[in-house]
Design a protein around this ligand. Structure first.
Ligand code: CP
Ligand code: NVA
Length: 302
C-alpha cells in the first residue's frame, strides 16, 4: 500500500528519526551518484509560488536519477474545473509519486484518497511537514541531540508552527510558542500533539519569556501565502514579536536562530539577526534537499 506524507504525524518517531539520519548520511556524500529513482517520474503540482521546495525537490529527484515533471494547475484541466479525484486517478497512471503545494489541506486529503501513488505535502494552509524535516535535521546537526531541547517559536501560529508542534511531540523537544491572542496554532493539532508528547508544548504571549530559556528561536512570516488581504491589520498585532537583537539579548549567547524563509526582513526578523552569527537559515534551506531525498527514498522506493 502506498504511504503518503501529508503531516509530520504520518511518520512514527522512529521513522522520522531514520529519515533525519539518512539525510545526514546523504549530505556526507554517502551513496552519491547512485540513482535509485532511475526510470521514475515524480510530479510537482504547485498552486502557490516556491523557491526552496520546488527547486530542492527538482534537484533532489535529478540527483536520485529520477525525472521531475513540474505542473502549473492553471495550465491543466484542473484550472478549467476537472475534479481533484479525476486528476488524481489520471496522474497515478503516469507518475511514481507527487508533491503538491496547495491552499486547503482538505484538497490534499482528497487527492490522497483517489491516487495510488505516494503524495508529499509541499505546503498547505495548516501543515508544512517537509520544512520541519529540514529544521529538525539542522538543529540535530548543530546540537547533536534533539530530545529535551528548548525551542521557542515566536510569531504566527501557522502551517510551519503546526508541523513543528507535531515534531516536538514525536521527538520530545520542548516547544514554547509566543503569539498574539487570536493567532494560536491549530487547536486540534495542538491537542492531539500534547496528548502524545513526552515534552512540553506551551503557548504564551510574552516573546521574551519564550526566548529567555531557548536553545533555538524560530520565526516565520506574519502573513502567509493566501492571507494577503489580512496583511495590514495583522502586522500591527505582531510588532512586539519581531526577532531582533533586543529580544535576543535575553537569550543564551549561542541561541540558534531559525527561519523557514522566505523572510520579510524588517518585519518578523531584522537583517542583523538573520545575517548574524547565530542564524542557521541557509543550512535549513540546504537541508531541504537531503531530508526530501531521504523521504523520497522511503516513500517511493519502499
Ligand atoms: N520554506 C519554503 O517552503 O520556501 P519556498 O516557499 O521557497 O518553497
Ligand atoms: N507560512 C508560510 C511559509 C512559507 C514557506 C506560508 O505559508 O506562506
Amino acid at each position: 500500500m502506498k504511504k503518503d506524507f501529508l503531516t509530520v504525524f504520518d511518520l512514527s518517531s522512529e521513522e522520522l528519526f531514520a529519515v533525519i539520519e539518512r539525510a545526514i548520511e546523504l549530505k556526507s556524500g554517502k551513496d552519491a551518484g547512485s540513482c535509485p529513482l532511475i526510470g521514475k517520474n515524480i510530479g510537482l503540482l504547485f498552486e502557490k509560488p516556491s523557491t526552496r521546495t520546488r527547486i530542492s525537490f527538482e534537484a533532489g529527484i535529478y540527483q536520485l536519477g529520477g525525472n521531475a515533471i513540474f505542473m502549473n494547475p492553471a495550465d491543466m484541466q484542473l484550472g478549467r474545473g476537472e475534479t481533484i479525484a479525476d486528476t488524481a486517478k489520471t496522474l497515478s497512471r503516469y507518475l511514481d509519486g507527487i508533491v503538491i503545494r496547495t491552499f486547503t489541506h482538505a484538497k490534499l486529503n482528497q487527492f490522497a484518497d483517489h491516487s495510488t501513488i505516494p503524495l508529499i505535502n509541499g505546503l498547505s494552509d495548516i501543515h508544512h511537514p517537509c520544512q520541519v524535516l529540514a529544521d529538525v535535521m539542522t538543529i540535530y546537526e548543530k546540537k547533536k541531540t534533539i530530545r529535551g531541547l528548548k525551542i521557542a517559536y515566536i510569531g504566527d501560529g501557522n502551517n510551519v508552527c503546526n508541523s513543528l508542534i507535531e515534531a516536538a511531540s514525536l521527538l520530545a523537544f520542548n516547544l514554547t510558542i509566543a503569539c498574539p491572542e487570536g493567532f494560536e496554532p491549530d487547536a486540534a493539532i495542538l491537542e492531539n500533539s500534547r496528548a502524545q508528547a513526552q515534552s512540553e508544548i506551551i503557548i504564551l504571549r510574552d516573546p521574551r519569556e519564550a526566548a529567555g530559556m531557548a536553545d533555538a528561536v524560530y520565526t516565520d512570516v506574519w502573513v502567509s501565502m493566501g492571507q494577503e488581504q489580512e496583511s495590514d491589520t495583522k502586522k500591527d498585532k505582531f510588532k512586539a514579536y519581531q526577532i531582533n537583537s533586543k529580544l535576543l539579548s535575553c537569550s543564551r549567547k549561542d541561541v540558534m536562530v531559525l527561519h523557514c524563509m522566505p523572510a520579510h526582513r524588517g518585519e518578523e526578523i531584522t537583517d542583523d539577526v538573520i545575517d548574524g552569527p547565530n542564524s542557521v537559515v541557509f543550512d535549513q534551506a540546504e537541508n531541504r534537499l537531503y531530508t526530501q531525498k531521504a523521504l523520497m527514498e522511503k516513500l517511493i522506493l519502499k
